[in-house]
Ligand binder design. Structure first.
Ligand code: URA
Length: 234
């Protein structure tokens, strides 16, 4: 791989910025200063340093986005802003979202270029837990907990798998946590419809053991830590 591409892929800067850095002598390969952008390197065996810091070539990248309401979980859209537009400049890889959130749903969305992990997390047999915080019109009562636990008929071929309902506040507008292990279309909203209630606000707060970083405001993102990536792979 060309050295300038490698450095750009690592997020050091654009290809033209990288060329400037090379000219200035900020890059070494195996301890020797290297100024040629076309220099071929082996990411697995060559040690490339930028400003004296060795770079570990990351083939795969993993991000969490605090998805705001009003954007679509798609890579392209003619009308609405896409979740990927919030990560512009974050990576030179082709990232894609792990699963979908509705346009009006907020919260944790993972994005990666690791197709195998994405596939594994979404596979129906994997039962990856996703927890949502929701505000629901009307009083949600203890009597509904076993209904969610048993599985609900939401109009699909099969009822939903058992889901854990936790009531935080039961009032005109109730607040709940719901943990599901599937990812059906509009699943949380349709589960509440099945018990005659309407979700008025929905936010995903965790997926596969990864918690939404509450330090991230809607629209902000960060890379997953190594521990978070390992726990997803576990
Ligand atoms: N369930 C829904 O109804 N919507 C989402 O965005 C996610 C889960």
């Amino acid at each position: 791989m060309r050295l300038d591409k490698y450095l750009a892929d690592m997020g050091v800067g654009t290809r033209s910025q990288v060329k400037q850095y090379l000219k200035k002598g900020l890059v070494t390969v195996n301890g020797e200063p290297e100024k040629r952008p076309e220099r071929k390197i082996q990411p697995d065996t060559d040690t490339v340093c930028f400003r004296g810091e060795p770079m570990a070539y990351a083939e795969f990248e993993y991000f969490m986005l605090h998805k705001p309401s009003g954007c679509v979980t798609a890579t392209k859209d003619k009308v609405h802003k896409t979740v990927l537009q919030y990560l512009e400049g974050a990576s030179h890889k082709e990232l894609f979202p792990v699963g979908r959130l509705d346009i009006d749903t907020e919260g944790l969305l993972l994005l990666t270029n690791d197709g195998a992990l994405c596939h594994a997390l979404l596979a129906p047999g994997k039962h990856v837990e996703k927890t949502y915080f929701a505000r629901v019109e009307g009083e949600v009562t203890e009597a509904e907990i076993p209904l969610f636990d048993k599985g609900l008929d939401i109009g699909d071929e099969k009822p939903t798998a058992p889901a854990k309902l936790e009531i935080l506040n039961s009032d005109e507008i109730s607040e709940i946590l719901l943990t599901i292990t599937e990812g059906r279309f509009h699943q949380v909203k349709r589960m509440f419809e099945a018990v005659g209630k309407r979700v008025v606000y929905l936010k995903r707060i965790s997926m596969g053991g990864i918690l939404l970083d509450e330090g991230l405001k809607p629209g902000e993102y960060r890379k997953l830590t190594e521990e978070e990536v390992q726990s997803l792979k576990g």
